[in-house]
Design a protein around this ligand. Structure first.
Ligand SMILES: [Zn+2]
Length: 336
């Protein structure tokens, strides 16, 4: 049975996110000055600063330093950090809408996800409850996702709140937003993804965006950019169901920018790690058809029609020789 998808209430369409960007993390004229705390100073020496800094009386935003310090205080209270540990010991602060910032962000409510080690569900719940800017707390180390189908997925754990955030991806092909459930999809900073963008832009300028596959698509970034680049048919595939689900979420979030008219889900995938290729979603627009598969990349082209260009974006540490071999049915295979 074919089922139509509805727009998820937790995601905002790309055009709305882009329109909000310029002021999103900026201080207002009334914001207290940036605390500029020493990130390597011990909690003991910073403790008094908790009282000294305030949220802005006008815009309500808090400087990142204050949010991290209040979080550290909760971790110290729970004996998860010692008084000699510093702000960096809290973990990674991931802003809810990621894009390159040249200044420390001022955060509104529920705009930060913290990824750290040595955390408990109890402390995480207290952080989400007590620090208004924190949207979610994830316990994690290493890279989440599937690097090796036989070894199975490596997981982070969402301890409290929500792990849904997005990154704004800028390229010469255009801008899109890529949502991800961050406890299940690896973090990619704009700096790290920049070389991939250059490869994609070069392919675009060489006129290679005709029919394109992205066989290890993660949340769909490269494939969706190929649609923006004018590809008539795009095939996306991943063996990790959370990546496939986030790809489908991103078709919805970028629907109008990609010119998508309808999204259908012909098959409901079973299991978290796919083997045989299953067509999980199909999106059709005036100029493009997008197919989203769930399954082992080595088996993708036994189901999907091969493409002119095939992108292989391997996971850190992944063996991908056999995937590349299986993709040779396509016109050109590019490892990004
Ligand atoms: Zn303000």
């Amino acid at each position: 049975m074919v089922r139509r998808t509805r727009l998820d209430e937790n995601i905002r369409p790309c055009e709305e996110v882009l329109a909000s960007l310029s002021a999103l993390y900026m201080a207002c004229p009334d914001c207290p000055k940036e605390p500029g705390l020493d990130k390597s100073a011990s909690f003991s020496s910073l403790e008094a600063e908790v009282e000294r800094h305030r949220r802005c009386p006008s815009c309500g935003k808090a400087p990142l330093d204050l949010v991290m310090l209040e979080t550290l205080k909760i971790l110290v209270d729970h004996d998860l950090r010692s008084r000699s540990e510093d702000l960096r010991s809290v973990g990674w602060p991931l802003v809810g809408v990621g894009y390159p910032l040249s200044y420390p962000p001022r955060l509104g409510k529920r705009e930060l996800i913290i990824v750290g080690e040595n955390l408990t569900a109890k402390a995480a719940a207290e952080i989400v409850e007590g620090v208004p800017e924190v949207k979610g707390v994830i316990r994690g180390g290493g890279v989440p996702g599937v690097a090796d189908l036989k070894a199975g997925p490596h997981r982070w754990e969402l301890l409290a709140g929500s792990d849904l955030r997005c990154d704004v991806v800028e390229s010469l092909l255009g801008e899109i937003v890529i949502y991800k459930h961050q406890s299940k999809i690896h973090v990619e900073f704009p700096r790290q993804s920049a070389p991939k963008m250059r490869i994609l832009e070069e392919l675009y300028f060489r006129g290679k965006m005709t029919t394109v596959a992205d066989v290890l698509c993660g949340p769909g970034t490269l494939g969706l950019l190929a649609v923006l680049g004018g590809a008539k048919r795009v095939v996306l595939n991943d063996a990790w169901l959370p990546a496939v689900e986030d790809t489908i979420l991103n078709l919805k979030a970028n629907r109008s920018i990609l010119g998508i008219e309808k999204i259908e889900r012909p098959e409901t995938p079973a299991g978290e790690v796919g083997a045989e290729s299953v067509l999980a979603a199909e999106a059709v627009g005036e100029n493009c058809k997008i197919e989203v598969y769930f399954g082992d990349a080595e088996r993708l082209f036994s189901q999907a029609e091969p493409t002119d260009l095939c992108l292989v974006d391997p996971f850190p540490g992944m063996k991908f020789d056999r995937i590349v071999d299986a993709c040779r049915v396509c016109g050109e295979v590019v490892i990004v």
